[in-house]
Design a protein around this ligand. Structure first.
Ligand code: LLP
Length: 431
């Protein structure tokens, strides 16, 4: 099967981390998102160890919590000695309430408000990853009023095409994010930052895109960033010591995609930086990386209950489930591929090729097409794999559908990490 934590038991049911998914669906109801805690922890460890090996002391991975944000995940990240990247005050607040150390939090975003900046400083935020001049000047103004020095990294666009979906590609020159190196705007922003007395410029950041399988875009991005870093040091006496290379390493969603060698990729970037540092005659900067998807995606499995099936003779077949674009909008948005398994009929012949449709009142609410399943019946359980990243975090209440429960499969016990939303939750803010 696609991942090592999946299996089939004597009842012909799909198991995740040794647990019978059909049983879990019965106990907790559907839609149910399962998260295998050990997969998450092990991936954190892979990143941490590889980065310790490849880069100078102080280098570490930050979990990009836009992929999955709730209190417990920040506790796990703290236990695994990770930093975190947040992209809104909502994520920041969640981390804060979970007791995550604020000096290991990096606040992203291309359009921060004055309130965002003040709120983050109230929380004692470690680092802003500053996107533009207006933001930089506002940080200076607030920091100065408070009599503090605020640590800042600058978001740059290195001009790399990562060969991924346009909507999740972020490092090209025409990106909405950051200041482009190629146009001289990155240098301008750096000089502005260096001239401010309450901003401490600690480093530079880039993120080239997401779901990237090759290592070359990362190496190219790292090289561009290091050359810029060295140039700022040599020509302007810039004292920055950090390069944050962003996230983006891919995860296989289907058998057709090859697994990514995370450690290998990191070591490759490390080797390249060593060579380049020698050539440029600079000390190797502290390296940060921001994996999101590759920390949590394959830890997630979503369970649905089948409500109906239909065959339209000469056209196509449908299986309709009790969730859909409200808990996973990624097929609707990106045409994202997923592996769908008949959790309650794993041993049966899969000769019913169908579209798995959601319950929302629109035709585009599809989870996947061309799925081969056995003939399913009302009450059967379907599993969609690799739903740990950008599913719950992108879930909505469209059609006033409550968001699912998130059940953590711990090393020993299962526990609820996010309660299922209730109808009362849905009307909480209605007046
Ligand atoms: N750092 C920054 C600044 C980012 O913008 C992102 C993702 C990451 C790190 C983490 O990237 P990852 O390791 O997860 O690839 N909703 C889309 C993905 C959008 C990614 C946005 N930025 C999806 O569902 O595919």
């Amino acid at each position: 099967m696609l991942y090592a934590n999946l299996g089939v038991n004597e009842l012909g049911h799909l198991t995740v981390a040794g647990r019978d998914t059909v049983r879990l669906a019965k106990i907790y109801g559907t839609v149910l998102m399962l998260l295998d805690e050990m997969v998450i922890r092990n991936r954190c460890r892979t990143y941490r160890r590889a980065m310790e090996k490849a880069f100078p002391k102080g280098s570490m991975p930050l979990f990009a919590s836009k992929a999955l944000s709730f209190k417990r995940i920040y506790e796990i990240m703290q236990e695994e000695s990770m930093g975190v990247d947040v992209v809104s005050c909502g994520e920041l607040f969640t981390a804060y309430k979970a007791g995550f150390p604020m000096d290991k939090v990096y606040f992203h975003g291309n359009s921060k408000t004055d309130e965002d900046i003040r709120f983050a400083m109230d929380c004692g935020l470690g680092y802003f990853v500053c996107d533009n001049k207006e933001e930089l000047l506002e940080i200076e103004r607030v920091a100065s009023a408070r009599g503090i020095q605020q640590k800042v990294l600058l978001r740059l666009t290195p001009g790399i095409d990562p060969h991924t979906n346009e909507k999740i590609s972020t490092g090209k020159v025409d990106s909405k994010f950051g200041a482009a190196i190629e146009t001289g705007q990155a240098e301008e922003l750096t000089l502005t930052a260096m001239g401010l007395s309450h901003v401490e410029l600690v480093g530079f950041h880039c993120h080239i895109g997401s779901q990237i399988f090759e290592h070359t875009p990362f190496c190219d991005g790292a090289e561009m960033m290091l050359r810029f870093y060295a140039h700022m040091q040599k020509t302007h006496g810039c004292k920055a010591t950090v390069l944050n290379l962003g996230g983006g390493m891919g995860v296989p969603y289907t058998e057709a995609q090859a697994p990514v060698d995370y450690e290998g990729n990191i070591l490759r970037v490390g080797e390249l930086l060593k060579v380049l540092c020698k050539e440029l005659d600079v000390e190797c900067p502290i390296i940060l990386m921001e994996p999101g998807r590759s920390i949590v995606a394959d830890a997630g499995v979503t369970l649905y209950r089948v409500n109906s099936t239909k065959s339209i003779p000469g056209f196509k077949n449908y299986v309709a489930v009790d969730g859909g674009m409200t808990d996973n909008p990624r097929y609707t948005l990106y045409g994202a591929e997923y592996t769908v398994l008949p959790a309650s009929r794993m041993e049966e012949k899969r000769d019913f090729v169908c579209t798995v449709a959601g319950r929302c009142c629109e035709s585009g609410d599809i989870l996947q097409e061309n799925v081969s399943l056995p003939k399913m019946e009302r009450g059967d359980i379907l599993a969609v794999l690799t739903t740990g990243a950008y599913n719950y975090s992108m879930a909505s209440n469209y059609n006033r559908i409550p968001r699912p429960m998130v059940l953590m499969l711990g090393e020993q016990d299962d526990y609820v990490a996010i309660q299922r939303e209730s109808f009362e939750d849905l009307i909480r803010n209605d007046v």
